[in-house]
Write a protein that binds this ligand. Structure first.
Ligand code: HEC
Length: 145
């Protein structure tokens, strides 16, 4: 019974959100980027990250980090929704060069015991909005002529 209700909910959500996120492996309900911005500020992501249009609070930058990690902006490969979720709930899955702390743990704290799932969904919608694909990938090749 419960499974049935969940399935129905899932189908409804997938139908409502224009693009098919289930093809990316999992599907979360539609988020709200405006509320996500509040989550971004609430959990002080800006003490370790920069994002265009926001002021980084470098005073709180941990001693182990020399420079804040940029979020959003133009990237050569767009961050997918599951990648962004993973970055937040399991920051140690991939350590950025130059930010490796002792014991292969990310310096990024875990928010898993304090952040609600709704907050996470909204946060990821907010983050996703801030990534832009570079106009075109740079190709360096020498003309044969
Ligand atoms: C104490 C510092 C710190 C805080 C606070 C922090 N982060 Fe991070 N974050 C990092 C570091 C360092 C990395 C790079 C991965 C690594 O080496 O651990 C990272 C990586 C990320 C990435 C992956 C970036 C990419 O280009 O793939 C995302 C997304 C991210 N953080 C989001 C957040 C959000 C959202 C918050 C607030 C809820 C937050 N971070 C708070 C330090 C922090």
């Amino acid at each position: 019974m419960k499974t049935f209700v969940l399935t129905a909910l899932f189908v409804t959500i997938a139908g409502l959100s224009g693009c098919d996120r289930s093809s990316q492996g999992f599907s979360l309900p539609q988020g709200n980027a405006e509320l996500g911005e509040q989550v971004f500020v609430k959990y002080q992501c800006l003490s370790c990250h920069t994002m265009a249009g926001y002021e980084t609070d470098t005073e709180n930058l941990p001693g182990s980090m020399e420079t804040p990690v940029a979020l959003g902006g133009q990237v050569s490969r767009i961050r997918t929704y599951p990648e962004l979720v993973t970055s937040v709930i399991n920051p140690s899955h991939r350590l950025a060069e130059g930010y490796e702390a002792e014991s292969d743990q990310s310096v990024m704290p875990s928010f898993n015991d304090v952040m609600t799932v709704t907050e996470l969904v909204n946060l990821v919608y907010f983050l996703e909005d801030h990534y832009e694909l570079e106009p075109y990938p740079r190709t360096d090749y020498v003309s044969p002529h």
